[in-house]
Design a protein around this ligand. Structure first.
Ligand SMILES: *Cc1c(COP(=O)(O)O)cnc(C)c1O
Length: 436
């Protein structure tokens, strides 16, 4: 490390080159470090809890490819499974046995899911689940929560958190107003705002779509009764409840947030962990709903690479590891050690600060708390986050470059890395405390 911070000279050169041929130099916006400034490290490799950039800097990673890498980078079992699958042929566009095995695992783990369809991204999964909800109810409108992100399909790019919030834009040009009108917004953790939406649009609402633990406005857990309240309102008004567990599925607990909070949605979407670091996602639910999907039923949805053998192999191997006893307790323990340590050090630095954690995901806010929704999350001190982020990066701790993202702990993070992170945080908090 140079005295002025990291040597990122090779990453800088790569970023310049990337910008010539790729919009903004990246294939997903937040990767460009727009909101924190500076050059994103170009990553050369990852192993366990670490990533190494093109200049040879090594970091303890809490991004985990934005959630999938719950076993850490290049887990030997996953790598072996993917290699084996690749040697047997990378794609057939025909049914394979691995697809059944992973579907069986998901259906056994998630009680509300009797059947499941695999797709290639979380965006596809939520888009398809909404199509099914609209078809099944014969209704057009959907309800989502401000600050929840459900992928970048037109209907869902309204009040989206995550990258859209990081860029500070309300939605996106290119999304017709006619589509936006069909997406109703409510406030997370605020059942009265949902009840009022039902009062106005009740007979037109096909579904309520929710992240059961919000992870795209930072990590914001549901308040007691919130998810059950949604279940009751949906039942009363004939709407479907859709849990977007693309982030939380197999991240916060075996079987996802719905098992943790004991609320059964009608449909669920998965992604991230379920693909074990390869492009796989899924949507599933009650049999009578899933039977409406083509070719069993008339609701069309298809994909050339859906159920891809490499992705199925990585996902299946990841789920097998996660099915072992004690895994989620170990993960939650690591997360708690980190968030409690952070809170203690922030307090020592005299900062207003609060943390959240569920299973293997956590959030932290330069805000006294509580953080219950997007409005609260937006009040967090942005400049302090930037100073904290920058100092940690310089000290070899890699966080998402935005206060609107959750952070992730993997099973590969050992006490040594967690302690090292906390030591770095002590210095980073002092830097943040100097920001007014
Ligand atoms: C990441 C995410 C998505 C989108 O998944 P992609 O694979 O990036 O398309 C959807 N919903 C939630 C809750 C997510 O966190």
């Amino acid at each position: 490390m140079s005295p002025n911070g990291l040597d990122l000279s090779r990453s800088k050169a790569l970023f310049r080159r990337a910008k010539r041929f790729i919009p903004g130099g990246v294939n997903s916006p937040v990767r460009a470090y727009g909101s924190v400034g500076g050059t994103p490290p170009f990553i050369a490799s990852g192993k366990g809890p670490h990533v190494t950039d093109e200049d040879g800097n090594s970091y303890i990673d809490y991004v985990g490819s934005w959630g999938p890498l719950i076993l850490g980078h290049a887990d030997p079992r996953v790598v072996r499974a993917v290699k084996r699958a690749a040697s047997a042929g990378t794609s057939f566009g025909a049914p394979t046995e691995a697809e059944i095995e992973i579907a069986e695992q998901v259906c056994q783990a998630v009680p509300s899911v009797a059947q499941v369809r695999f797709v290639s991204s979380g965006t596809e999964a939520t888009m398809s689940a909404i199509r099914l909800a609209r078809a099944a109810t014969g209704r057009k409108k959907i309800l989502k929560f401000a600050g929840c992100y459900h992928g970048h399909s037109d209907a869902l790019l309204v009040g989206a958190g995550s990258g859209v919030a990081t860029l500070g834009i309300p939605g996106s040009p290119g999304v017709p107003e006619e589509f936006v009108k069909l997406t109703i917004q409510a406030a997370y953790n605020d059942l009265s705002s949902v009840a009022s939406a039902f009062k106005h649009h009740g007979k037109e609402l096909a579904c309520v779509l929710v992240e059961p633990v919000a992870g795209n406005m930072g990590c914001v857990p549901p308040l007691p009764g919130f998810l059950q309240g949604l279940r009751d309102l949906c039942d009363r008004h004939g709407a479907l409840l859709v849990f977007d567990e693309v982030m939380t599925g197999f991240r916060v607990a075996w079987g996802g947030a719905q098992r943790l909070y004991k609320v059964k949605p009608d449909l669920t979407t998965f992604g991230k962990v379920i693909g074990g670091g390869l492009p796989a996602a899924a949507y599933g639910g009650k049999k009578e709903l899933m039977q409406q999907i083509a070719p069993a039923g008339p609701v069309y949805q298809a994909g050339t690479l859906s159920g891809n053998p490499l992705a199925m192999a990585a996902g299946l191997e990841t789920l097998r590891r996660l099915a072992e006893p004690g895994v989620y307790d170990a993960l939650a323990e690591k997360t708690a050690l980190l968030t409690e340590g952070l809170a203690k050090r922030a307090e020592a630095a005299g900062l207003e600060f609060t943390t959240t954690a569920v299973g293997g995901m956590f959030g932290f806010f330069f805000h006294p708390g509580p953080v219950r929704n997007f409005e609260d999350s937006k009040k967090a001190h942005e400049a302090r986050f930037q100073a904290f982020f920058k100092s940690l990066l310089e000290q070899g701790v890699y966080l998402a470059p935005s206060p609107f993202e959750a952070a992730f702990v993997s099973l590969a993070h050992r006490p040594a890395e967690l302690q090292q992170t906390l030591q770095a945080a002590e210095i980073a908090f002092e830097k943040a405390a100097r920001v007014r």
